[in-house]
Design a protein around this ligand. Sequence first.
Ligand SMILES: C[S@@+](CC[C@H](N)C(=O)[O-])C[C@H]1O[C@@H](n2cnc3c(N)ncnc32)[C@H](O)[C@@H]1O
Length: 181
Amino acid sequence: MLSVVSILFIAFVLLLAAMVILPVFFGAPWHPLSDENIERIINFADLQPGEKFYDLGSGDGRVLIGATREKCVRGTGVEIDPIKVWLSRIFVTAAELTDKVQIHRGNIYDFDVSEADIIYLYLTHQALDQLFPEILDRMKPSARIVCYRFCIRNMEPIKVNEDKNLFLYRVDKGRSVNEYS
Ligand SMILES: C[S@@+](CC[C@H](N)C(=O)[O-])C[C@H]1O[C@@H](n2cnc3c(N)ncnc32)[C@H](O)[C@@H]1O
């Protein structure tokens, strides 16, 4: 007979596996970021107070929370995994940012991005290839895109960090093949 502790342990392991493995089939796995990396991303994005900051595949919501807290933006996240949606909403509530950060359960491929001033993406090349260039037609021409680790193929970044793992794009700039593909 399995004890209650064993059942809880197995449930915990299955939950963790579901959070990490299932998203792979939808486009990108989950990889929680260190506080240092979140800080780096927020500073690189050059966010302005009042801007609408979107995180497509928002994970645990910590990038949205950090950006909203530090740069006074309004955050919107979309996440396919209901467990991460639930977890990130708890984090948003704990940070007392429910009036500034919204997390939606949904799919990045059909999410309304027409209001976004800046979109942050930490997705694999395969997921980015499915999003681009189609998503550009649904975004404001003045909007910016920040990619972490994976660049957008066939789009020229307007800024790249020293480590070459952060890429900034503008929707209204050219779409030519870049050297980081
Ligand atoms: C690498 S994580 C990035 C999480 C967060 N943006 C960050 O930087 O910490 C990618 C996230 O995208 C989510 N995801 C993958 N495919 C998705 C889809 N089609 N729609 C919505 N979310 C998706 C995964 O569940 C995962 O949480």
